[in-house]
Design a protein around this ligand. Structure first.
Ligand SMILES: NC(=O)c1ccc[n+]([C@@H]2O[C@H](COP(=O)([O-])OP(=O)(O)OC[C@H]3O[C@@H](n4cnc5c(N)ncnc54)[C@H](OP(=O)(O)O)[C@@H]3O)[C@@H](O)[C@H]2O)c1
Length: 263
């Protein structure tokens, strides 16, 4: 299947590692030009080089802290300066800290809001006018399986990501006439550094072994294993492609069957 992604310009945020990196990689393999960002310059540049060497595509890396409005403006400005358009926006950021409701104060909630909801709002505000002028585009919001089934000890994630789904569905309705398709993807437990950190937090909190903490995730997954970042990225690539031209306003999980609801 030709996904018709060659020479499309994709802005993929929080992408020096984990899910974002896998999405940038798989889009690049399909011939898209990719813009990647993260806070740590060294890791970011290493990832950019890795993608260039493996795919031969153009990669722009922009050091960005997604909690800063100015950084987001610069990220989009640099993308336009380099590539003159943005066809695909994949919104993603680091995860908020794990913990239970009574552990967090107002500051924690504000930080999680800035990282996981306001950053998405700001990215969309900056990018949508370009997509409107170009005659269309794709926006894919990365959230979490927690939007369908709240996860234990992750109250900040459970709460803020639901807001992203509300935004995503609203944008799908508002931007359909502009030929901008908006979808959300909901990763389940996927083998990345973030998941390793969640496992460590559980080991410390519950005094259990690392193996038992991991089993806490995999036992609830019918496929009996963690997902890979590439498996997640494959769905994003499809949604970004011309083959997904009638799909907008959805929220699709990639979770090995973890989610137990019917729809
Ligand atoms: N892995 C899973 O199982 C899973 C499941 C559901 C949802 N999620 C969510 O998906 C997102 C990505 O997870 P992951 O597993 O890919 O995490 P990861 O492996 O820890 O990678 C996170 C990436 O985000 C970047 N980042 C973090 N904070 C940032 C900021 N303020 N500004 C710019 N970049 C930032 C990191 O680079 P720097 O640190 O250098 O900035 C890194 O490139 C998180 O929100 C996570 O909660 C993950």
């Amino acid at each position: 299947m030709d996904l018709e992604l060659k020479n499309k310009v994709a802005l993929v945020t929080a992408s020096s590692k984990g899910l974002g990196k896998a999405v940038a990689f798989e889009l690049a393999r399909e011939g898209a030009k990719v813009v990647i960002c993260a806070r740590d310059k060294n890791t970011l540049e290493k990832t950019a080089e890795e993608i260039r060497n493996a795919t031969g595509t153009e990669v722009l890396s922009v050091v960005t802290d997604l909690t800063k409005a100015e950084d987001i403006k610069n990220l989009v400005k640099d993308t336009i300066t380099k590539f003159a358009r943005i066809d695909i926006l994949f919104t993603n950021a680091g995860g908020p800290p794990p913990g239970q409701f009574m552990e967090f104060n107002d500051e924690d909630w504000k930080n999680a809001f800035e990282l996981n909801l306001l950053s998405v709002v700001r990215l969309c505000k900056e990018v949508i006018p370009y997509m409107q002028r170009q005659g269309g585009g794709r926006i894919i919001h990365s959230t979490s399986i927690s939007v369908k089934q709240p996860l234990e000890n992750l109250v900040l994630s459970n709460s803020l990501r639901a807001g992203v789904i509300g935004l995503s569905k609203t944008l799908a309705n508002e931007l359909g006439p502009d030929n901008i398709l908006v979808n959300a993807v909901c990763p389940g437990a996927t083998a990345t550094e973030r998941l390793e950190n969640l496992v460590k937090a559980r080991v410390e909190r519950e005094g259990i072994s690392e193996e038992d903490a991991k089993r806490g995730w995999t036992d609830a997954i019918p496929l009996g294993r963690l997902g890979t970042p590439e498996e997640f990225a494959n769905l994003v690539v499809f949604l970004a492609s011309e083959k997904a031209s009638n799909i907008t306003g959805t929220a699709i999980q990639v979770d090995g069957g973890f989610y137990k609801g019917i729809l």
